[in-house]
Ligand binder design. Sequence first.
Ligand code: NI
Length: 185
Amino acid sequence: MTVRAILKMGDPRLLRVAKTVTEFDTDELHLLITDMLDTMRAASGVGLAAPQIGVDLQVVIFGTGEPSARYPDAPPVPRTVLVNPNITPLPRSGTDPMLAEEEDWEGCLSVPGLRGLVPRFARIRYAGRDQYGDTLDRTVDGFHARVVQHECDHLIGRLYPTRMRDLTRFGFTDVMFPGVEVEED
Ligand code: NI
């Protein structure tokens, strides 16, 4: 078990566009993912991207397989390893042509202690590979869609404050949500 240090906002390594993974099912990739899972668990996070531990590769993990404290009524996000992802925003329903956005609160392990209100696409399709090179292709909405967009943003050097539209909705968790236990991505 190796818990790695999580880089914090201001570190230039969080601003890079991560490199594509070209080899799957390798010892190096499995070791990276084990370290990421250990690190995410130790930090009680709901997601983690490789750049957050200083690794310049398109690898994210998310989901605990358990109900989220923030979204107890949402279906649990399955524990997922996603490599070389791409995201396609979708209309909220088959008949609605508009790409709907919704705002909700986010935190980030690289921006500790803070939360902000962030617009995200309500419904997305995401595709990529797992650590073995097998294809993953899912259509999701709500909290699951939000977590995927948050994690994949780390792969293009974006932290959630740069997605916010209203910085008056950015502040310290313990001030804005006193007494509430919260998770961070
Ligand atoms: Ni994050």
